[in-house]
Design a protein around this ligand. Structure first.
Ligand SMILES: *Cc1c(COP(=O)(O)O)cnc(C)c1O
Length: 375
């Protein structure tokens, strides 16, 4: 069977995997214990190891990142109908988590680094505002100090969607400790993953405690149900994938960094292209390589041209979450000039640890060539 062509396809990401032998060896004990889920030994072990690695007091593991976000908002007991200031420049999960809690998203525009524009937050605060849900987009960190000041002044909760910021530090401080809670996704496409999975991180033990109830039906012992919880537990196969991947995460990030720098060296002088430049004070995880084109026409043209060469980039994030079909035209009135502009001009290029330098060169050169046909 000739699948040579198939192998040449380059997707925007490719899941990190431990060796087959490493994973198989680690899951073998499950055939003795038959303990496959319900906060088993591996679930507990991964919570402890991640708390150490992320430098935060509590890590509560969940079945996926979305449930981590949705249940964290629930854990904060925010009043029904309350307004939550957030960004539309994110994955749809952020917005859905707010709405599925009976809360109202209020969309704020973004800055040059794609994160929420903290200078526009206060204008959006009303009597009904209860929380802020910012996102560390592409691993660029939000202005945590300004957001924290606004939150204390107006007595608002802050939950960071940190799905893109695994393992990062900002001015030496671990990202997992920001806000009332910081939430990670460990989906297969993320820098660190557990196949599907997520975590709620906090230095406040009450959040860990409430999350335990919310992810396990509120069951605290065989005959005691203390809360109306859902089911969002991480199972043992997921936790073991996490324990294996955690052994290799530093190598994976180092490899990402090399490829990232190679992209920059090839693309930096291309006049019609804007590259992301993460703040120097971030210990960055090199999760994504977003580029901005001149306009939507050029972006869409290059996207198509690269696909013809089996290079699959992503329009990420496009459309804005507030423009999703399911919301019809409900959020049309928001002033989101920059978010709308960026979402029409952005592409995320392939970046994953086992991408080769030859492939990076092929992608970058094809992009320059295609762009040259549409300036
Ligand atoms: C991946 C992601 C999520 C959702 O995580 P899942 O694990 O896929 O449920 C939420 N927010 C952002 C910004 C993400 O990238």
């Amino acid at each position: 069977m000739d699948n040579g062509l198939q192998q040449d396809k380059i997707y925007v990401t490719r899941s990190l995997m431990p060796s087959y032998e490493e994973y198989i060896e680690e899951i073998k004990p499950l055939w003795d214990s038959h303990w496959l889920t319900n906060m088993g030994a591996y679930h507990q072990q991964l919570e402890t190891k991640l708390a150490e690695f992320l430098d935060v007091q509590n890590v509560s593991l969940t079945a996926n990142g979305h449930m981590a976000l949705e249940l964290t908002l629930q854990a904060l007991d925010l009043p029904e109908g309350g307004e939550v200031i957030t960004t539309p420049y994110t994955f749809i999960s952020t917005t859905h988590a707010i709405i599925r809690n009976g809360l109202q998203p209020v969309f704020c525009d973004i800055k040059d680094n794609y994160t929420i524009d903290e200078t526009k937050i206060e204008n959006l605060i009303t009597e009904k505002t209860v929380a802020i849900v910012p996102v560390h987009v592409y691993g660029n960190i939000c202005n945590i100090n300004a957001i924290s000041e606004i939150a204390s002044k107006h007595e608002l909760k802050v939950v960071y969607d940190a799905a893109h910021a695994f393992g990062e530090r900002f001015h030496g401080q671990p990202v997992a400790g920001f806000g009332d809670a910081s939430v990670f996704s460990f989906h297969a496409t993320k820098v660190f993953h557990t196949i599907e999975g997520g975590a709620v991180c906090s230095n406040d033990h009450t959040i860990y405690d409430k999350m335990y109830n919310l992810k396990n039906f509120g069951i605290r012992s065989e005959d005691t149900v203390v809360a109306v919880g859902a089911n969002a537990k991480m199972n043992e196969f997921q936790a073991i994938m996490g324990l294996c991947n955690l052994r290799h995460i530093e190598d994976a990030i180092t490899h990402r960094k090399q490829l990232y720098e190679q992209y920059i060296s090839i693309l930096k002088d291309t006049q019609w292209l804007t590259l992301n430049s993460p703040d120097k004070d971030i210990a960055y995880n090199y999760g994504y390589f977003p580029v901005l084109f001149k306009d939507a026409k050029q972006r869409d043209f290059i996207y198509e041209e690269l696909q013809k060469q089996d290079i699959y980039t992503r329009k990420y994030f496009y459309p804005l979450t507030c423009d999703a079909l399911c919301f019809e035209e409900k959020f049309n009135a928001c002033d989101l000039t920059r978010a709308r502009d960026f979402s029409q001009r952005v592409l995320v290029l392939p970046l994953y640890p086992d991408l080769t330098p030859e492939q990076v060169e092929r992608i970058a050169k094809s992009l320059i060539e295609a762009g040259g046909k549409c300036i």
